[in-house]
Design a protein around this ligand. Structure first.
Ligand code: 5CA
Length: 450
C-alpha cells in the first residue's frame, strides 16, 4: 500500500473524550471513528488489524477441530423465552419489534440459537462430540460504554459452543478451549492469564476468564506472580488427547489467580507473601461449562448408547475480538504511539522515503516495495511529499514494528536503515539485506497455517 492512496485520517490533537491510551491512539491513528455511543466504524487501518486478529482466532479454532459457522445478529425472542433468558437479560438486551409487531432482539450471545440448530439436526450420541463457533457482531446495551472498543455496545466476538454426551467429555472440551486460547493470545503477542471467575448471565459453575494485566483494566485481579512465568510456546498438542489437555489446564490454573468476583482471601494468604499480587486486568475471553442448563430447558437431547434420550452437556467459549485491539495497544505502546506485535501488525514494514521526488530515492523505494511484496509481505510506503519528521511521527503513531528509511545520503553508500519500532535501534544494510532480514523476522515469528 502507498500512503498517498490510503485512507489514514491521522489526528494531530488528542481527542478529549478518550481516557485511556488505546482509545486515544486508535482515534489518533485513524483506526476507528465513533458512530454513536459505544458503536464504531472501522476505518481501513483498524479494520486490517481486526481481520488479522480474527484470522488468528480462525486458525487456532481449526487447529482444535472446531467448526466455523455464522448465525444472524437479529433473532426472534421466542427462543429466548424458552430458555428463560428473555426476562433475565434485562436492559442490556436491545429489543426490537418487526413490522408484524413480533419481538426480535439483537443478539448479545447465541446459546439459544445454537441449541435450536443442534436439537433440529442431531439425534444420536454417535454424532458427538461437536463444537461449532462463529465470529459475529454482538450488541449489549452497556450502562457505561467506555474506553472505545474496550467496552462497546456493538462489539465483535468469537463465540463457540460444545455439545457432548457426558460431563467428562464436556470438561475435555473446556480444557481444549483453554489450550487453544493460550495459543491464540500468545500469537497476538499477549500474555492472557486464565483466572477463576463468575459466570454471570451465561450460567454454570466452571468458568475461567482470560486476563491481560494492565493498569487500565476494568477487573481487579489477585494472583500468584509465578503465573506470569508460564508460557505456552510452540508445544505440539493433540487436541483429542484428554490427558494432555487436562495437563495444560492443571499447569495454568493450579496457581492462585482469581478475579474479584471469586477472590478468596484465606486461599490467597497461602501464597508466599512476596508472590501475592493485586492488580488490574482486561478480560479478553471467557470459557464456560454449564452442563445441561440450556439443553434441558430447550429439550436438546440425543439418544444415548442405551437408546434413552439424554440432555447434552454444553459449554460456551468467547473471545473479545474487537476488544483485543484495545488490549494489545494497552500492553504494547510508548509515548509516540502503538507498537504492534508482529503477529497482528496491519502492515509488516513501513518504507519512509526521506526525499520524495529524488530519482534515486524514489527508485530504491519502489524496488524495496516490489521485492517485499513479491515475498508475500505487505509494506506501507510513505510516498507523500512531506517532511521526514512528519513521516516518522506517523509511522511511530501507527506502530508498524519495522521501518526501512531510504535517503539519498545512505544510498550513496549503498545502504538503507532498518529500524525496530520496539527498541528504536537502527542498522544500516544494503536494500537486499534489509528485505532478507524483514522476511526472516516474519518467517520465524508469524505462523502460516495451510
Ligand atoms: N456466550 C459466552 C461465551 S461465547 C459469552 O458471551 N461470554 S462473555 O460474556 O464473557 O463475552 C465474551 C468476551 O466478549 C468477553 O470475554 C469480552 O472479551 C468480550 N466482551 C464482552 N462484552 C464486551 C463489550 N461490551 N465490549 C467489548 N467486548 C466485550
Amino acid at each position: 500500500m502507498r500512503m498517498s492512496r490510503y485512507f489514514l485520517p491521522v489526528l494531530k490533537e488528542t481527542p478529549s473524550e478518550a481516557q485511556i491510551v488505546s482509545h486515544r491512539y486508535m482515534l489518533r491513528a485513524g483506526m476507528i471513528k465513533q458512530a454513536s455511543a459505544g458503536i464504531y466504524s472501522w476505518l481501513p487501518l483498524g479494520y486490517k488489524v481486526l481481520k488479522k486478529i480474527e484470522n488468528i482466532v480462525h486458525e487456532e479454532q481449526a487447529r482444535a477441530g472446531h467448526l466455523p459457522m455464522l448465525m444472524p445478529t437479529i433473532q426472534s425472542a421466542d427462543l429466548w423465552r424458552e430458555s428463560g433468558r428473555y426476562d433475565d437479560y434485562g436492559e442490556e438486551m436491545l429489543r426490537i419489534k418487526d413490522r408484524h409487531d413480533r419481538d426480535m432482539l439483537f443478539t448479545p450471545t447465541a446459546e439459544e440459537l445454537i441449541t435450536d440448530i443442534f436439537r433440529a439436526h442431531v439425534g444420536s450420541y454417535k454424532d458427538l462430540p461437536l463444537t461449532m463457533y462463529q465470529i459475529q457482531w454482538k450488541f449489549r446495551d452497556e450502562v457505561r460504554p467506555r474506553f472505545g472498543v474496550m467496552r462497546g455496545r456493538e462489539f465483535y466476538m468469537k463465540d463457540g459452543y460444545n455439545f457432548d454426551l457426558t460431563k467428562e467429555d464436556a470438561l475435555h472440551a473446556y480444557n481444549r478451549h483453554l489450550v487453544s486460547y493460550l495459543r491464540t493470545y500468545e500469537r497476538m503477542g499477549l500474555q492472557a492469564i486464565p483466572m477463576r471467575a463468575d459466570s454471570g448471565p451465561i450460567g454454570g459453575d466452571d468458568t475461567h476468564e482470560f486476563l491481560v494485566l494492565a493498569d487500565t483494566g476494568e477487573s481487579e485481579v489477585f494472583y500468584d506472580s509465578a503465573v506470569t512465568d508460564l508460557t505456552f510456546g510452540d508445544r505440539d498438542i493433540d487436541y483429542d488427547d484428554k490427558a494432555q489437555c487436562a495437563g495444560v489446564m492443571e499447569e495454568f490454573t493450579n496457581l492462585y489467580a482469581r478475579t474479584d468476583e471469586t477472590h478468596d482471601e484465606a486461599l490467597f494468604n497461602q501464597v508466599p507473601e512476596e508472590r501475592r499480587k493485586v492488580a488490574r486486568g482486561i478480560e479478553v475471553g471467557q470459557i464456560f461449562y454449564f452442563g445441561t442448563k440450556y439443553s434441558e430447558a430447550m429439550k436438546a437431547t440425543v439418544q444415548g448408547p442405551d437408546g434413552k434420550p439424554v440432555p447434552v452437556h454444553m459449554g460456551s467459549h468467547g473471545i473479545g475480538v474487537s476488544r483485543l485491539l484495545g488490549a494489545i495497544i494497552e500492553a504494547s505502546h510508548d509515548d509516540k504511539g502503538i507498537i504492534w506485535p508482529e503477529g497482528v501488525t496491519p502492515f509488516h514494514v513501513g518504507i519512509v522515503n526521506l526525499k520524495q521526488g529524488d530519482d534515486e530515492a524514489d527508485a530504491a523505494c519502489e524496488s524495496l516495495y516490489t521485492a517485499l511484496t513479491a515475498l508475500g509481505l505487505e509494506p506501507l510506503y510513505d510516498d507523500r511529499d512531506e517532511r521526514a519528521g512528519g513521516k516518522f511521527a506517523t509511522m511511530d503513531l501507527i506502530g508498524l514494528p519495522w521501518r526501512i528509511t531510504v535517503g539519498p545520503r545512505g544510498l550513496k553508500n549503498g545502504v538503507v536503515e532498518l529500524t525496530s519500532r520496539r527498541t528504536g535501534e537502527s542498522e544500516e544494510l544494503s536494500p537486499e539485506e534489509a528485505v532478507k532480514k524483514v522476511a526472516a523476522i516474519y518467517g520465524t515469528t508469524s505462523e502460516k497455517v495451510v
